[in-house]
Design a protein around this ligand. Structure first.
Ligand code: PMM
Length: 294
């Protein structure tokens, strides 16, 4: 079995267990961490985080992605108990309130506990590389799984941002990863791929991947794009001679990138500002419907 065969051209790009609104999905970000790069500390308390999760759902998030460990460049890993203590009560309460919750974790015990607490998707920025038990755990849980392109832990990933053709390299590395994930029991119908913008990538790599989503999609799997407030957006917004626009000023540009990603065929975008990206992907869907393909 090779990665192309895995993707089975013609296979519907709709993972089992996720909604079908007829547009790109919008996943709202809920970092229950003191140190994430753009919202670290804002939702660190359980009660505040639950309120924020409910707010994201009201704003129209198709999924609320709860994470208890920062993955920003340079971040140090947190203790498993700490990650569980941060994310589990939030997952449980939101799921109880009827919110569709995903869990952003690289650790199998957290993935398992979160799904048992009501999460319906595991979002693993390491694509199963950080924890050798992750693939088998997700296979047993039977939930959709986001496999992100990843080369190294956050504290050393910047040293691994070397590529020939970044789109070809990321596609090949994710293709090889898929092979192993399926080999370890994950149902291919439940896998989503993610190019991992900002993870061992420099801004030029992120732009190339965004513009090259079509090549990644040729693997035959739905693609999730996590561009929200990332450095490549701040760099592209910088006025001549000035520094990058800070994270807090990147939401409108993020929405524009969401429209670009949706137009490029993304299945889901992961964002901080749900309302703006929801409008953006709706515009992309309306545009795609009328696109002159002659
Ligand atoms: N980026 C971050 C965290 N989780 N998950 C996926 N699937 N894709 C991403 O690009 C991604 C992610 C880091 O950003 P944040 O600190 O704003 O959450």
């Amino acid at each position: 079995m090779d990665s192309v065969a895995l993707g089975r051209p013609g296979r519907p790009m709709q993972p089992e267990g996720l909604p079908r609104p007829g547009r790109c999905l919008v996943m709202g970000i809920l970092n229950v961490t003191p140190d994430s790069f753009s919202d670290g500390g804002r939702y660190a308390g359980t009660r505040r985080a639950i309120e924020r999760g409910l707010e994201l759902a009201v704003q129209g998030a198709d999924l609320v992605d709860v994470g208890g460990e920062s993955t920003r460049p340079g971040a140090r890993p947190v203790d498993l108990d700490e990650e569980l203590a941060r994310s589990l009560p939030v997952v449980r309460e939101l799921a109880r309130a009827g919110v569709r919750v995903s869990v952003d974790t690289m650790h199998a015990p957290v993935a398992r506990a979160a799904v048992e607490a009501g999460a319906c998707l595991v979002n693993d920025v390491s694509g199963g590389l950080a924890d050798p038990a992750m693939a088998r755990t997700v296979a047993a849980l039977g939930v959709p799984y986001v496999a992100t392109h990843w080369r190294a832990p956050s504290h050393e990933m910047d040293r691994h941002a070397e590529y020939g053709d970044v789109v070809a390299d990321v596609t090949a590395e994710l293709g090889a990863r898929l092979w192993q994930l399926v080999d370890e029991g994950i149902d291919p119908a439940r896998i989503l791929l993610d190019p991992g913008l900002g993870f061992a990538k420099r801004p030029e790599h992120d732009w190339a991947l965004l513009a090259g989503l079509g090549r990644l999609r040729q693997l035959g799997f739905p693609v999730l794009v996590g561009a929200s407030r990332k450095r490549f957006i701040g760099a592209a917004l910088a006025e001549r001679g000035a520094g990058d626009v800070p994270a807090a000023g990147r939401d409108m540009a993020t929405a524009a990138v969401s429209a670009l990603a949706a137009t490029g065929g993304a299945f889901c975008v992961r964002v901080h500002d749900v309302r703006a990206s929801l409008d953006a992907v709706r515009m992309a869907a309306a545009y795609a419907e009328r696109l002159d393909r002659t």
